[in-house]
Design a protein around this ligand. Structure first.
Ligand SMILES: [Zn+2]
Length: 476
């Protein structure tokens, strides 16, 4: 290990000498080397954020230093070697280096930073995705998802459609063929084969929190480019209420305040394990600290889109907009009020889970995608009460557990779980329509609801604390 900083190169910043970066270039496998680019990316993303939020010039200078160091280092490596390097397992877990360097390029206009970003383009993954092929089977999930978030930054920097296409196709492939009902993905930290979710349910070893965090970041980025594709916010909502919300401990202990999880288990009888204050600190405990500001993030995009049933108030005096959403989470009743001196329109997202019921009752007239248009005339006050109906339904996985179909029980946007310590799957004998097999019971004072039926009580995953639970059920 090199202990002489004078040979570490100009601009390098880190809590350890850069030997690991050099070893990566020699194709040294994980875990002989760990995740050097993961931490470097976090530092770069952090100082860029400092600069963007506060204009702090020192922060930009540090970011430039990192950019210069990375460019000097990797531009000296043959492109074929880089492609080979990025194709290895973990690969220094470089994640969103491409995105942060593209951002540095956009802030400074210096081409070499974009060149540095593009060095991280993962040929083995990107080219196939561009053609709509699934190139992520068996790959490490959180090593790759941020690369696609970064691809959106590269698209923003260059308007090269290649980057947009790979990100869109990745999102579509993951949500169609790799996702669980919670919005989580993977077993261990890896993706597995397409449409093999049921056979890969593995006690407490599914659905790493960082992966959901980054999938949400990707969904939000794609949504910003194509806001009328309601699927992006469908995913966001799903992961927010079923993965992010349950990932935080509901109680405090002496050495655990606001503990968060690494994996969000979906196996039968699994329990959530939380970080403590000082001694456990995985990647997910880092992103876990960021996760819980997401409740306010993406609720609405002013001035046009309202996406999530989370109460908010927004006022823009210059535009004459005053928007209020009174919501009663987790219940479906809400009221949107449009006021102010401006003339403007609002698009309200109708979630995918409510579409059929609304159409059956003749209550949805979609202006665009799955959005309902609400118009506001200058000076008027428009109140728009709405309630998307929660109906029990089963969401099946594409494959089976030992020949039996497996499903999650959904109620509105919520994954409903049974508290049960058995490590064997619970079998639900469904006769007729699943909606008729479960009876809702609402406790408005406690802000909670449950479903009962077929001998079990089911509650939203986030309401379960330390006790063992079942997320998936075999259905006969
Ligand atoms: Zn993680």
């Amino acid at each position: 290990m090199s202990r002489d900083p004078s040979v570490w190169g100009e601009g390098y910043i880190g809590a350890y000498p850069p030997d690991q970066f050099a070893l990566l270039e020699l194709l040294t496998p994980y875990p002989e080397i760990w995740a050097p680019y993961y931490t470097l990316h976090k530092l770069l993303a952090g100082v860029l954020e400092c600069y963007r939020r506060t204009g702090n010039k020192t922060a930009l200078e540090i970011a430039r230093g990192i950019g210069d160091w990375v460019y000097a280092r990797l531009s000296a490596v043959a492109p074929e070697r880089c492609a080979e390097m990025w194709d290895t397992y973990i690969a220094g877990e470089y994640g969103g280096m491409n995105g942060s360097l593209a951002e540095l390029y956009m802030l400074t206009g210096e081409e070499k930073y974009f060149d540095a970003a593009a060095i991280f383009d993962n040929d083995a993954v990107f080219y196939g995705l561009y053609e709509g092929r699934d190139t992520i089977v068996n790959r490490h999930a959180n090593q790759h998802i941020p690369q696609l978030v970064g691809a959106l930054d590269e698209y923003e920097a260059t308007e090269d459609e290649f980057y947009l296409r790979v990100a869109e196709n990745f999102f579509d492939i993951v949500t169609a063929h790799h996702m669980y009902a919670t919005g989580g993905v993977g077993r261990g930290e890896r993706f597995f084969g397409e449409d093999r979710q049921a056979e890969n349910i593995d006690s407490d070893k599914n659905c790493e929190c960082c992966a959901a965090y980054n999938m949400m970041k990707l969904a939000r980025g794609l949504y910003a480019l194509d806001p009328e594709r309601a699927e992006y916010m469908d995913y966001y909502e799903r992961a927010l209420v079923n993965h992010i919300l349950p990932s935080q401990a509901r109680t405090k202990k002496r050495h655990m305040h606001a503990g968060v999880t690494y994996m969000l288990p979906i196996g039968p009888g699994a329990r959530r394990e939380y970080s403590d204050d000082l001694n456990t600190f995985t990647c997910c405990h880092g992103t876990g600290m960021e996760n819980h500001v997401k409740y306010g993030d993406s609720v609405a995009f002013v001035t046009e889109y309202v996406n999530l049933p989370v109460a908010f108030e927004y006022e823009d005096a210059a535009l004459g907009i005053k928007l209020t959403l009174d919501a009663d989470f987790p219940f479906p009743e809400a009221k949107l009020t449009l006021a102010g001196e401006g003339r403007y329109d609002v698009m309200l997202r109708v979630p995918a889970w409510a579409e059929d019921e609304l159409c059956k009752s003749g209550g949805a007239h979609f202006a665009s995608g799955r959005y309902v248009l609400i118009e506001h005339e200058a000076g008027a006050r428009v109140t728009c009460p709405f309630s998307f109906p929660y109906v029990p339904r089963l969401e099946y996985l594409p494959d089976t557990v030992g020949g039996k179909r497996a499903a999650a029980l959904m109620y509105g946007p919520f994954v409903m779980c049974a508290r049960d310590r058995s490590k064997e799957f619970i079998t639900l004998h469904i006769e007729g329509d699943a909606a008729d097999c479960f009876t809702p019971s609402l406790n408005r004072e406690a802000g909670a609801f449950s479903l009962t039926g077929l001998g079990h009580e089911f509650v939203p995953l986030y309401l379960i604390g330390d006790e063992p639970y079942h997320t998936y059920f075999l259905v006969e």
